[in-house]
Design a protein around this ligand. Structure first.
Ligand SMILES: [Zn+2]
Ligand SMILES: [Zn+2]
Length: 378
């Protein structure tokens, strides 16, 4: 690891122990229409992989106790049957384990198989990264699940060119809370490309791909920013019900946003208009959590920034406000929305994000339905 990165990471560390840390229950939304928002993490490990420190039960309990609605115990090449995991006796009704696996291939290509009910074979001997990803995706879909290409910047194993060659790629990890990749949405070693730039590169090339944020948890017994602790990246999924199938379908169709701390109260995403609204109260509550880690900046201006981003990563419109909208133009091809919340941290600043999924106007996907009827907290 580069010393500079290590020093930066130490600066980023906001907590050294959990003593005195309150376990926040994030304020969850009550939706008014036929859907509701569910908070979840798609990526976590257990002692079963040999390099994480807690049992499946302990990992599930952490997420249960911290206000999540769903979790995937995505073990390296091991299928953990949710039926085999004992949940807390006093468990909430609104918490589920979605079955899955982290398909861990060679060339450092890893994928989460979401909502599969058996072990997916990871042995595939190609040396071509795009072929390995394609194999993970095909095997996952054959098993009835959905595929997420994980942490492309882990060991800088996967480029956007690799991902563009994969037929049907729909989900990739834009943000991953593991210390080796945690800042890679916006910050990478020189000569490499950030995951957010990878995303725009793929979207500009016509790929219909959505960005996921996850924890990649390995560690519950040691808490610092060198440890892969939970609570640093999650998705908020809008779904008619809290079932594995329904959540998976919502992920597949982009009915979610990725975040490392910013909570939204509304996303309305149609072919005509893109509207978002930040839930300031829930965001401030989320950012009181001792678990979140922001992106460090020496220069920034504080507050909330909403940006609508189109082809080439160009910012089509921005507002410094807690709500914003953009009238989509026919030739925009795609529009996505990034919300940035900046606050003071030491001598500089730290930033947190919500990344809303793109809407497409060029026919690469069926038009998304109007999704205006399901605000959080109204
Ligand atoms: Zn991995
Ligand atoms: Zn992992």
């Amino acid at each position: 690891m580069h010393m500079k990165m290590k020093a930066n990471r130490e600066m980023r560390c906001k907590f050294v122990s959990l003593a005195g840390a309150c376990a926040l229950l994030f304020s969850m939304a009550t939706a008014s229409a036929d859907t509701q928002w569910y908070k979840g993490n798609t990526h976590a490990h257990t002692v079963l992989c040999g390099h994480a420190d807690s049992s499946p039960e302990a990992v599930a309990k952490w997420y249960h106790d911290h206000g999540y609605q769903f979790l995937i115990l995505s073990e390296h090449n091991i299928f953990i049957d949710p039926e085999s995991v004992e949940l807390p006796e006093d468990r909430r009704e609104d918490f589920i384990l979605i079955p899955g696996e982290e398909i861990t291939g060679h060339k450092h290509v890893h994928s989460t198989a979401v909502n599969v009910h058996r072990l997916i074979d990871w042995t595939f001997e190609s040396e071509v990264v795009s072929e390995i990803i394609q194999d993970h995706l095909d095997r996952t879909r054959d098993a009835g699940g959905e595929h997420i290409l994980n942490h492309p910047t882990y060991r800088y194993a996967v480029t956007s060119e690799d991902m563009k060659q994969v037929s049907g790629l729909r989900l990739f990890e834009l943000h991953n809370g593991h210390p080796n990749t945690v800042q890679h949405a916006h910050e990478v070693d020189s000569g490499f490309v950030t995951t957010e730039d990878m995303w725009d590169d793929m979207l500009t090339s016509g790929v219909a791909v959505y960005g996921v944020s996850s924890d990649d948890t390995h560690t519950l017994k040691e808490w610092n920013c060198e440890a892969s602790n939970p609570g640093r990246g999650w998705v908020m999924v809008r779904s008619p019900e809290l079932t594995a199938d329904s959540i998976t379908e919502a992920l597949r169709s982009g009915e979610f946003y990725a975040t490392n701390g910013v909570v939204l109260s509304r996303i309305n995403r149609t072919e005509e208009v893109f509207q978002v609204e930040v839930d300031e109260k829930a965001t401030l509550e989320a950012l009181e959590s001792p678990y979140v880690i922001g992106y460090r900046r020496s220069e920034a201006s504080g507050g909330t920034l909403i940006e609508f981003v189109g082809p080439g990563g160009r910012v089509l419109k921005h507002v410094h406000a807690r709500r914003g909208s953009y009238a989509i133009q026919a030739d925009d091809a795609y529009v996505r929305c990034r919300v940035t919340f900046t606050r003071r941290a030491g001598a500089g600043y730290e930033q947190f994000f919500a990344w809303a999924q793109p809407v497409f106007t060029d026919g690469r996907l069926e038009p998304v339905p109007s999704t205006g009827g399901a605000p959080i907290g109204d």
